[in-house]
Design a binder for this molecule. Structure first.
Ligand code: X2X
Length: 339
């Protein structure tokens, strides 16, 4: 029996869908598993680039048994849709912001508390440490598989077509797009802005048509999604750090033989580490690049923004929502104190 035939039979026995034919290295092979991975970013973003490399390595190392097809730029649907799809098995893999994931796993959003992280060292210590372990435990309880290493989105900055944000007062009444997540809405309500929950798939158009005046995202996204075409000002607020959990449909994950799972996990976790370094490097150059495209940057101080959140009862409210155990983990992990 040939290898591919044996795999085919194994796949049928496991009840798995028989994969599509694909040509690799000059020979026709049948993939035993063909899985879809969906994400919301452009193909120029480090998430897509590193995931593509990882998928290629996974194909090679599994001798073509697992082919991961990547669907970028919300091609298969918005984050909200894809979260349902990865739960039902319509897509097998999906990268998602923990804050959006919190619509399913409430305490997943801890990392997004305003001004919790001062710099990247604190971020990875927390997300590769106790905070990440706690959140992955919460995600597992919701019946999703999650890879150990988180991918980077970045420190978020506020862009606007109207004018710079220099102080919390400038956020009052500001029509700002936020991702679909209670924590984001709550934070910009605390600033007395007018937040609108919009999936990333619709952000460019909503800015272009002036449904909203601004949005907030890390520089790597402002650049790769070309938001500079529809936004003039970029205010460096670093008001929140956000990343992406690499999620898997639980049944699809468990259907993979153990040796394949090991190969997938090793490659995706290694890709995450490289992707973090990519974003870090981009941060150093993107400001110049975006300035040359016409964006106007300004610096801000975190203290008045943090004070405004505190005054509005933002930290107290979320401490109550998360519970003391989770809040203590956040404080220990970040070294931040919000009282
Ligand atoms: O929707 C966003 O703004 C993005 C791309 O940063 C997230 O996935 C949270």
């Amino acid at each position: 029996m040939t290898i591919s035939r044996r795999h085919l039979l194994k796949a049928s026995a496991a009840g798995a869908a028989i994969g599509t034919f694909h040509i690799g290295r000059g020979q026709a092979q049948t993939a035993e598993f063909t899985y879809k991975y969906a994400h919301n970013l452009q193909v120029t973003h480090p998430v897509h680039i590193r995931a593509t490399e990882a998928a290629e390595k996974i194909k090679q190392e599994t001798n073509g048994r697992l082919v991961i097809q990547i669907f970028p730029a919300s091609q298969l649907g918005s984050d909200t849709d894809m979260l349902s799809q990865v739960r039902s098995g319509g897509v097998e893999f999906f990268t998602l912001s923990p804050l959006i994931l919190s619509t399913l796993v409430p305490n997943a959003s801890l990392n997004g508390i305003g001004f919790a992280f001062a710099h990247y060292d604190a971020v990875w210590k927390a997300m590769d440490g106790e905070l990440g372990t706690y959140v992955r435990g919460q995600i597992a309880k919701a019946n999703l598989h999650v890879m150990d290493r988180m991918w980077d989105n970045g420190f978020r900055q506020i862009t606007s077509s109207k004018g710079p944000i220099n102080s919390p007062d400038d956020l009052k009444g500001f029509k700002i797009r936020v991702p679909v997540s209670p924590l984001w809405t709550s934070m910009f309500n605390a600033f007395q802005s007018a937040p609108a929950s919009i999936n990333f798939a619709d952000v460019y158009t909503s800015l272009q048509t002036k449904v909203v005046d601004g949005q907030e995202n890390p520089l790597a996204i402002i650049a790769t999604a070309k938001l500079y075409e529809v936004q003039k000002f970029c205010s460096v607020t670093n008001h929140m750090w956000d990343g992406f959990w690499f999620l898997g449909n639980r049944r699809a994950w468990e259907r993979l033989p153990e040796d394949v799972r090991t190969i997938v996990a090793r490659n995706l976790n290694a890709a995450a580490i490289q992707q973090r370094a990519d974003v870090f490097r981009l941060n150093a150059t993107l400001r110049t690049e975006l300035t040359s495209k016409g964006m106007v940057f300004n610096e801000t101080q975190p203290a008045p923004f943090r004070e405004a959140l505190k005054k509005a009862g933002f930290y107290a409210e979320w401490q109550k929502k998360y519970g003391d155990e989770a809040w203590d983990i956040l404080q220990r992990a970040t070294g931040a104190s919000f009282s």
